[in-house]
Design a protein around this ligand. Structure first.
Ligand SMILES: [Cu+2]
Length: 180
């Protein structure tokens, strides 16, 4: 195993981020003809707007949620980010269990993974039998080598093209300002 593929050191996490993926169903082909909306953290993609900025070399932990919308679970959103792969450490798939699954190390490197939809866990406690729970994915990533802008997005074309995408920018961790 080459050194650069060694597991990310959790103790080096400097930033934690939560990203919420949400699909609001449309009104279909009814007279109103409202298109579904696909958002991340409540907004659609906007060109030139940087949604996530980080320093080169930073280690971060991200949690991606598949939100409950209109008392329902949406589709699974296959999350994809360019440039740097990530290591998934924890998954909550509420269609399977109310308890998250912790992945044993050594972890797998991913560049695409589905965020499980919200569901009522089959093993929910009696008082939670009608409570939807958001699915989530937790991962560690390092922003190595590359400075500049790129994107993360849902890999379902109809979702990303309707706005389920964000601009990411990795910023140099050195300064060009000298001392006098
Ligand atoms: Cu999607």
């Amino acid at each position: 195993m080459p050194d650069f593929l060694a597991d990310i050191d959790r103790k080096k996490v400097v930033v934690r981020r939560d990203l919420h993926f949400a699909t609001t169903p449309g009104a279909g082909r009814a007279a109103t003809n409202v298109a579904p909306a696909h958002t991340i953290n409540g907004k659609k993609f906007e060109d030139h707007i940087i949604d996530q900025a980080m320093l080169l070399g930073a280690t971060e932990e991200w949690t991606l949620y598949n939100d409950i919308v209109n008392n329902g679970g949406g589709p699974a959103h296959p999350f994809h980010i360019h440039i740097n792969p990530f290591q998934v450490t924890e998954i909550l798939n509420p269609a399977v269990s109310k308890d998250p699954f912790t992945l044993p190390d050594p972890w797998v490197w991913w560049d695409n993974i589905a965020i499980p939809p919200a569901a009522i866990p089959p093993d929910a406690a009696k008082e939670d039998k009608d409570k939807l729970v958001s699915g989530y994915i937790k991962f560690l990533s390092r922003f190595v080598d590359y400075t500049g802008a790129y994107v993360l997005h849902c890999h379902i074309l109809g979702h990303e093209d309707r706005g389920m995408m964000q601009l990411v920018q990795v910023i140099s961790n050195t300064t060009t300002v000298g001392h006098h």
